[in-house]
Ligand binder design. Sequence first.
Ligand code: PGA
Length: 254
Amino acid sequence: MRKNLIVGNWKMHATHLDAIQMVQKLSLRLDFADHDRVDVVVAPPFTALRSTQTVIEADRLMIYLGAQNCHWEESGAYTGEVSAPMLKKLSVRYVIVGHSERRQIFGESDGDVNRKVRAVLAADMTPILCVGETAEEYDAGATKDKVGSQIRAGLKGISPDDTSTMVIAYEPIWAIGTGKTASADDAGGMATFVRETVTDLSGSVGEDVRVLYGGSVKPGNIAGLMAKRDIDGALVGGASLDPDTFASIVRYWV
Ligand code: PGA
């Protein structure tokens, strides 16, 4: 049984003080039944991880901490980078890897993404591997080629046991921050394709991997997406910054 998972990617928003308020407000809007049904994760910027961790631990919140990126080495001369073991020490559980903004703006290659996936697993955290096609690739009918190759590259050398713990987020780039969402049918179809690709690579653990959809997820479209067999949750950007809105997404069935 795969538990639903809703992840808020705050991107480069929120100071460490804002983050305290955001996570406290979010927790007030959720109850045991919600946490029973959905694993809720927030991924603040690095500078807000410590303050968010402190609130989560002090108030025993059932919200998990995520990070938005990491480096693949444990330590070394990599100015400006943060390693997976450093995140683990902050009680980070999930690390977003290969987000399209990292790939496109910061030039992360499939090889970099694979090294990061391995580093996150080695530090005993859960990678959220992001994959997705551009608008041009979508128009050219190349969506599956692109997503399939990103999954194969991202999972290269990862054992089926480790793969079974992972999360893969299908995020069509043309839907991120644009207000355009893939239709629930298209998103559901791609989630099935993601699972089939993992099954081809790693065998039956494809059924254990949690597959998320991301790209302009909102309270108004989440229920339709969650109704799809292979969609186990969502990676939410803009709509995760407002605790009321994000809580409505987590409570999509209400
Ligand atoms: P969005 O971002 O919800 O603002 O489209 C999603 C993401 O980038 O993960």
